[in-house]
Design a protein around this ligand. Structure first.
Ligand code: AMP
Length: 426
C-alpha cells in the first residue's frame, strides 16, 4: 500500500466542509475590504524565489522544493505566495490599471521542513497583497483583514504582535550596530547565526535556538536606530490601530523570516499551550523593494499570509461549529432491476430540479439500502418497487417528521419542494 508523502495530509470529505466554509468566509471578508482573487502557478521559475544569493532566510535557502523540468529549466514549488503574486502583478502590468492593487490568494505552499504538529511540507495559505502605496494606512488595512476574518469566524484569544524594521537607511544603521555588537560574541551562538551575521544580522534576533540567550536579549534595539520617517510611520500605524480598536503589543524582537520586509512587520498568535511553537497563525509586513527587485516599477506594498491548517486547528480548539449541513435531500431505494433502471430517470429529474439525490449502485438488500440512506442523513427516502412502478407512483418517507405517502411521479418534484418549504416555515 502506498502512503502519503511525509509532511502531507489528506483532507477527507467531512473535513473539507469546514475548509470550504472558512474559504467562503475569507472570500466574504476580502470582498468587504475590496481585495480581489488572483491565481498564480504552483511552480515558478526558481529565480522568482531565489533572487539573491545572500538571502538568509531558511525558507529560501534550505526549504524549497527545486527541480529541473524535462527542458532542464530550474523550477521551484512555491514556498510562499508573495513572490509569485508580485511576479504576476509586474508581468500583467496591473500597476497600469490599479492605483493600489489589492489581491488575495488561497492555495497550497511547499516547504521541506521537519514535519511536526502544525508544520507540514505541503500546507495551505490564504494571503493578501496590497501593492502601490507607502501609506501607513495600507499597513492597517492589511492587518484589519485578519481582524475582520477572526471576527467572522468567532475567534478569540488572538494577539497581534507588531514591530518596525524601519526604512533602508534605518536598517543599514541598525545592521551596522548589530554587526559591531555580535562580532565578538558570535562564537557563543548557533552555527546558523554565524552565517546570518554576514548576510542578514537582523535574523539573528529571530533565532529559535538562541532565543533565550542573554546575548540576544541584550542586543541593540531597532527603535534606537530609526530615522524620523520610520518613527513617524510606525507611530501612525499604532495610532490608527488604536483608533480602530485593534489590540496589539509591540515586540521589539520581531523580525520575521523573510528578507524583503521593511517598516511594519507583524504576527498574529494564538495563546494556547496545545499549539506549542506553532502558535503563529498569521504573519506579514510591508515590503518596499520586492516589486522593483523582481523587475517592476517602484511600488511599495504590504501583505500577510495565514496558515489555514493552523487556523482550522484553532477553530477546532475553540469548538466553533462551522461545519455546514451536508445531508442529501433524497435517497432512492429500489427493489428489482426494472425499478433500479427507472430510478435513474427519477434521480436525474430531481437533480435537474435542484434536489440533491442519489441511489444504490450495488443491488443491495432493502435493509442495506435504508442504512445507506441513513448514512447520508437524507431528508427523504424514496422507495420504488414493482408495485409502485406499475402504478406510476413512488413511496416518499419523510425522515424529518417520519410520515409516509405515495406520490404520483408526475407530482414528485412539487411535492418534495412543498414539503421542504412547509418544514422550513414551521
Ligand atoms: P510565513 O510565510 O512563514 O510568514 O508563514 C505564514 C503562516 O503560514 C504562518 O504563520 C503559519 O500559520 C503558516 N505556515 C508557515 N509554514 C508552515 C508549515 N510548514 N506548515 C503549516 N503552516 C505553515
Amino acid at each position: 500500500m502506498e502512503t502519503k508523502p511525509k509532511g502531507t495530509y489528506d483532507v477527507l470529505p467531512n473535513e473539507v466542509l469546514l475548509w470550504q466554509n472558512i474559504e467562503s468566509k475569507i472570500r466574504e471578508v476580502c470582498k468587504l475590504c475590496n481585495y480581489e482573487e488572483i491565481r498564480t502557478p504552483i511552480f515558478e521559475n526558481a529565480k522568482v524565489f531565489h533572487r539573491d544569493e545572500k538571502d538568509s532566510s531558511d525558507m529560501v535557502n534550505k526549504e524549497t522544493y527545486d527541480f529541473l523540468d524535462r527542458g532542464q529549466r530550474l523550477m521551484t514549488l512555491r514556498p510562499e505566495g508573495t513572490a509569485g503574486v508580485v511576479r504576476a502583478y509586474i508581468e500583467n502590468k496591473l500597476y497600469v490599471t490599479n492605483d493600489v492593487c489589492k489581491l488575495y490568494y488561497l492555495g497550497p505552499m511547499f516547504r521541506y521542513e521537519r514535519p511536526q504538529k502544525g508544520r507540514y511540507r505541503q500546507f495551505s495559505q490564504f494571503g493578501i497583497e496590497a501593492i502601490g502605496s507607502d501609506s501607513y494606512m495600507l499597513d492597517v488595512d492589511v492587518i484589519n483583514v485578519a481582524i475582520l476574518l477572526f471576527k467572522k469566524l468567532g475567534l478569540k484569544g488572538l494577539r497581534v504582535r507588531i514591530n518596525t524594521l524601519g526604512d533602508k537607511e534605518s536598517r543599514l544603521n541598525y545592521r551596522e550596530a548589530l554587526v559591531n555588537y555580535f562580532s565578538d560574541k558570535i562564537d557563543n551562538l548557533c552555527s546558523d547565526c554565524k552565517n546570518r551575521l554576514e548576510n542578514n544580522p537582523l535574523r539573528i534576533l529571530d533565532c529559535k535556538v538562541d532565543k533565550d540567550n542573554p546575548i540576544l536579549l541584550n542586543a541593540p534595539k531597532i527603535k534606537d536606530y530609526l530615522n524620523e520617517v520610520s518613527v513617524k510611520h510606525f507611530q501612525n500605524v499604532l495610532a490608527l490601530l488604536k483608533e480602530l480598536n485593534i489590540d496589539y503589543i509591540v515586540d521589539e524582537r520581531l523580525v520575521r523570516g523573510l528578507d524583503y520586509y521593511s517598516h511594519t512587520v507583524f504576527e498574529i498568535e494564538y495563546n494556547s499551550s496545545e499549539m506549542g511553537n506553532q502558535n503563529i497563525i498569521c504573519g506579514g509586513g510591508r515590503y518596499s523593494d520586492l516589486v522593483s527587485d523582481l523587475g517592476g516599477p517602484v511600488k511599495p506594498a504590504c501583505g500577510l499570509a495565514f496558515g489555514l491548517d493552523r487556523l482550522i486547528q484553532v477553530l477546532k480548539m475553540e469548538n466553533n461549529n462551522l461545519e455546514v449541513n451536508n445531508s442529501l435531500d433524497c435517497f432512492v431505494i429500489t427493489l428489482g432491476e426494472k425499478a433500479s433502471f427507472k430510478a435513474q430517470k427519477i434521480i436525474n429529474n430531481l437533480r435537474l430540479a435542484g434536489i440533491s439525490c442519489d441511489g444504490d449502485f450495488n443491488n443491495k438488500s432493502l435493509k442495506a439500502q435504508f442504512k445507506i440512506a441513513d448514512s447520508y442523513n437524507s431528508h427523504f427516502t424514496l422507495i420504488l418497487g414493482e408495485d409502485e412502478l406499475e402504478k406510476g407512483v413512488i413511496r416518499v418517507k419523510n425522515n424529518v417528521n417520519d410520515s409516509q405517502e405515495e406520490v404520483n411521479l408526475v407530482n414528485l418534484v412539487n411535492y418534495l419542494k412543498e414539503e421542504s418549504n412547509e418544514e422550513s416555515t414551521n
